[in-house]
Design a protein around this ligand. Sequence first.
Ligand code: FAD
Length: 431
Amino acid sequence: MSPPLKGHAEAEVAIVGGGMSGLCAALRLMRSGRRVALVERNICGGSSTGKSAGFLTPDSELELAQLVRRYGAEGARDLWEAPVIGIRLITEAARQYGFDCDLVREDSLFLGNGTSGGEAVAEEVAARERLGYPKTLYDRESLSSVIGSTAFSAAVRYPDTYGINPLLFAQGVKRALLEGGVAIYEGSEVTEVTNHTLRTHLGSLTADQIVFCADKLRPSVTRYARNVYHAQTFMAISEPLEDDDVRALFPSGSLQCWDSDLVYTYFRLTGDQRLLVGGGSALTTFSLQYVTSPRVITGVLRRLKRKIPRLEHVKFVQYWPGFIDTTRDLLPTVLKDERFPWIHYVLGCVGLPWAAFCGDFVARHVLHGGECVSCDDPRYYRFFTPRRRFLLPLGFAQIVGKPLVFALNNAWAKYYQVDVGRPIGRDPGKL
Ligand SMILES: Cc1cc2nc3c(=O)[nH]c(=O)nc-3n(C[C@H](O)[C@H](O)[C@H](O)COP(=O)(O)OP(=O)(O)OC[C@H]3O[C@@H](n4cnc5c(N)ncnc54)[C@H](O)[C@@H]3O)c2cc1C
């Protein structure tokens, strides 16, 4: 662990948060020769990033068909390409610096449950066809060639996705940053911001520009804390599987899988052949309580074993809960503080690729003084602005509570919202 921030320090750019977004922002700024300091409450990768399952797919919460419905084909393409770039940033960094992080190329398999799941798969196939993206469709019969289950109604498979050990990746980036001269302070929570100065319990840091890539922000630190809420998910990991079990589960090679349920179940193999399984429940996803009991993940495992009987004897040796920060429509918000334009925020990245993209995006913004003329960033302003269209405004949280406002907005954005052909919101031309 790097030592905490003590006394007073100075930097050109201060980054708050050492998850995927903060680390990718720091990498970009370091490579551009900026004097960077990163302040992390825990250890780098110690929050969502390190707890995650390490799926690297552009499909994190919003499927391509849902993006097409909401934004039309061109908007969907822009939005799909962003996490694709995020995946490239992660895999290129892992290769360039030689991180030992179990990076494997692994196709994605989106599994349909029942009739509605079969329809969701068909819509995804149609969207991929429309945008010219590769895909393979499996019906109930042909599915047995790729997964050891007869319980799913259909599936769509697509390439160019990866699996990774995200904590090892985060720790690798941390080492690369330290070697590149970035000052990293761990165990240091930013509790206050005054003008250009961040304060922690033991020290302070003054910087020309400040970038917040932090989760679970407190309202005492920033008023933008209200723009995000958390979704809770649960994970379990098995003993290493026998080769026979792996072959039975994935007859034609390992895949990263998730199903079509609203609170979906996801699973993939780790580098040492353990099965990682994640999921949740409708009651706990937006709960205000931090649920630590194994009850939810036990239910997820029971249902998965029913669908894949071959897993019945597999023992799961550890479980953990985790919060994912999200905005009201499951797309990130990136903004520059209107009153203090040297302070930038990356909020609510759902997915490692999105976090990598947004960290890099905000760093490019910092480098270009917020007016990026030489790159194609303005394409993203309308998606990332906090002024975009939502079903319910934040003010409703005072009446019905934040969990309900976020749950309704999330469901609306995922299943019903249509923005194509409509103005996206107030003044989306700037961040
Ligand atoms: C159990 C689980 C499984 C998941 N699985 C996947 C998956 O397989 N694939 C995928 O793409 N996504 C997955 N996700 C989502 C993914 O992990 C997140 O979307 C992503 O890591 C967000 O990265 P981030 O950098 O924005 O946030 P974080 O990783 O949360 O980083 C923010 C950092 O800021 C620090 N911080 C917060 N406040 C302060 C402060 N005041 N001062 C200093 N530091 C502060 C935190 O300690 C933290 O390290 C999963 C998430 C969970 C919880």
